[in-house]
Design a protein. Structure first.
Length: 136
Protein backbone atom coordinates (compact mmCIF):
# COMPACT_ATOMS: atom_id res chain seq x y z
CA UNK A 1 0.00 0.00 0.00
CA UNK A 2 1.48 3.37 -0.96
CA UNK A 3 1.55 6.43 1.26
CA UNK A 4 -1.08 8.14 -0.86
CA UNK A 5 -3.53 5.25 -0.50
CA UNK A 6 -3.40 5.25 3.32
CA UNK A 7 -6.07 7.24 5.08
CA UNK A 8 -4.75 10.02 7.24
CA UNK A 9 -5.20 9.71 10.96
CA UNK A 10 -7.73 12.03 12.53
CA UNK A 11 -6.03 14.05 15.24
CA UNK A 12 -7.73 15.13 18.42
CA UNK A 13 -7.28 18.80 17.50
CA UNK A 14 -8.87 18.25 14.07
CA UNK A 15 -11.83 16.46 15.65
CA UNK A 16 -12.30 19.24 18.21
CA UNK A 17 -12.09 21.88 15.49
CA UNK A 18 -14.64 19.96 13.40
CA UNK A 19 -17.11 19.83 16.28
CA UNK A 20 -16.53 23.53 17.00
CA UNK A 21 -17.31 24.42 13.38
CA UNK A 22 -20.39 22.18 13.49
CA UNK A 23 -21.59 24.01 16.61
CA UNK A 24 -21.08 27.35 14.89
CA UNK A 25 -22.97 26.13 11.81
CA UNK A 26 -25.86 24.86 13.94
CA UNK A 27 -26.23 28.24 15.62
CA UNK A 28 -26.00 30.22 12.38
CA UNK A 29 -28.37 27.99 10.40
CA UNK A 30 -30.85 27.76 13.27
CA UNK A 31 -30.93 31.49 13.89
CA UNK A 32 -31.34 32.41 10.23
CA UNK A 33 -33.95 29.71 9.66
CA UNK A 34 -35.93 30.80 12.70
CA UNK A 35 -35.95 34.42 11.56
CA UNK A 36 -37.05 33.43 8.05
CA UNK A 37 -39.73 31.12 9.42
CA UNK A 38 -40.96 33.86 11.76
CA UNK A 39 -41.52 36.19 8.82
CA UNK A 40 -42.85 33.51 6.45
CA UNK A 41 -45.13 31.50 8.75
CA UNK A 42 -45.65 32.31 12.41
CA UNK A 43 -43.81 32.97 15.63
CA UNK A 44 -44.95 29.60 16.96
CA UNK A 45 -43.17 27.68 14.22
CA UNK A 46 -40.09 29.87 14.63
CA UNK A 47 -40.08 29.16 18.38
CA UNK A 48 -40.31 25.43 17.71
CA UNK A 49 -37.37 25.63 15.31
CA UNK A 50 -35.41 27.70 17.84
CA UNK A 51 -36.10 25.11 20.57
CA UNK A 52 -34.82 22.34 18.31
CA UNK A 53 -31.78 24.43 17.41
CA UNK A 54 -31.00 25.07 21.07
CA UNK A 55 -31.15 21.35 21.79
CA UNK A 56 -28.92 20.62 18.79
CA UNK A 57 -26.36 23.24 19.83
CA UNK A 58 -26.28 21.98 23.42
CA UNK A 59 -25.83 18.43 22.13
CA UNK A 60 -22.87 19.43 19.96
CA UNK A 61 -21.33 21.26 22.92
CA UNK A 62 -21.67 18.15 25.11
CA UNK A 63 -20.24 15.95 22.35
CA UNK A 64 -17.14 18.18 22.29
CA UNK A 65 -16.71 17.80 26.04
CA UNK A 66 -17.20 14.03 25.97
CA UNK A 67 -14.80 13.60 23.04
CA UNK A 68 -12.09 15.46 24.98
CA UNK A 69 -12.56 13.18 27.99
CA UNK A 70 -12.63 10.01 25.91
CA UNK A 71 -9.54 11.03 23.93
CA UNK A 72 -7.68 11.80 27.16
CA UNK A 73 -8.48 8.31 28.44
CA UNK A 74 -7.52 6.64 25.16
CA UNK A 75 -4.21 8.54 25.00
CA UNK A 76 -3.45 7.53 28.61
CA UNK A 77 -3.33 11.14 29.69
CA UNK A 78 -4.62 12.46 32.94
CA UNK A 79 -8.38 12.76 32.71
CA UNK A 80 -9.35 16.43 32.82
CA UNK A 81 -11.15 17.67 35.88
CA UNK A 82 -14.86 17.43 35.74
CA UNK A 83 -15.04 14.14 33.84
CA UNK A 84 -17.58 12.73 36.27
CA UNK A 85 -19.57 15.96 36.10
CA UNK A 86 -19.57 15.80 32.29
CA UNK A 87 -20.90 12.24 32.33
CA UNK A 88 -23.60 13.16 34.86
CA UNK A 89 -24.57 16.21 32.78
CA UNK A 90 -24.68 14.02 29.67
CA UNK A 91 -27.45 11.91 31.18
CA UNK A 92 -29.12 14.87 32.91
CA UNK A 93 -29.13 16.61 29.54
CA UNK A 94 -31.38 13.90 28.13
CA UNK A 95 -33.98 14.54 30.82
CA UNK A 96 -33.77 18.31 30.36
CA UNK A 97 -34.08 18.00 26.58
CA UNK A 98 -37.12 15.75 26.91
CA UNK A 99 -38.69 18.39 29.16
CA UNK A 100 -37.87 21.16 26.66
CA UNK A 101 -39.39 19.18 23.81
CA UNK A 102 -42.52 18.45 25.83
CA UNK A 103 -42.77 22.05 27.01
CA UNK A 104 -42.34 23.49 23.55
CA UNK A 105 -44.98 21.17 22.12
CA UNK A 106 -47.44 22.12 24.86
CA UNK A 107 -46.70 25.88 25.09
CA UNK A 108 -45.86 26.97 21.56
CA UNK A 109 -48.26 24.64 19.74
CA UNK A 110 -46.27 25.12 16.58
CA UNK A 111 -45.27 22.73 13.85
CA UNK A 112 -43.67 19.49 14.92
CA UNK A 113 -41.82 19.51 11.60
CA UNK A 114 -40.10 22.76 12.60
CA UNK A 115 -38.98 21.16 15.86
CA UNK A 116 -37.65 18.10 14.03
CA UNK A 117 -35.79 20.33 11.57
CA UNK A 118 -34.13 22.11 14.47
CA UNK A 119 -33.20 18.80 16.04
CA UNK A 120 -31.79 17.55 12.73
CA UNK A 121 -29.40 20.50 12.49
CA UNK A 122 -26.90 18.74 14.78
CA UNK A 123 -26.75 15.72 12.51
CA UNK A 124 -26.65 17.80 9.34
CA UNK A 125 -23.88 20.11 10.55
CA UNK A 126 -21.77 17.28 11.98
CA UNK A 127 -22.03 15.17 8.81
CA UNK A 128 -21.23 18.21 6.66
CA UNK A 129 -18.13 19.08 8.70
CA UNK A 130 -17.07 15.44 8.82
CA UNK A 131 -17.24 15.18 5.04
CA UNK A 132 -15.25 18.42 4.70
CA UNK A 133 -12.64 17.03 7.09
CA UNK A 134 -12.35 13.78 5.14
CA UNK A 135 -12.09 15.65 1.85
CA UNK A 136 -9.09 17.65 3.09
Amino acid sequence: MTDQARPQELSNAALDAMLKRALRNILILGTLSSLILWKAASWRDAAMLAAGTAISAASAFEWRRLVRFINARLDHQQTPRGALVAVVFFFLRLVVFAAVIYGSLKCFRGSVIALLCGLALALLATVWEGLRLLRD
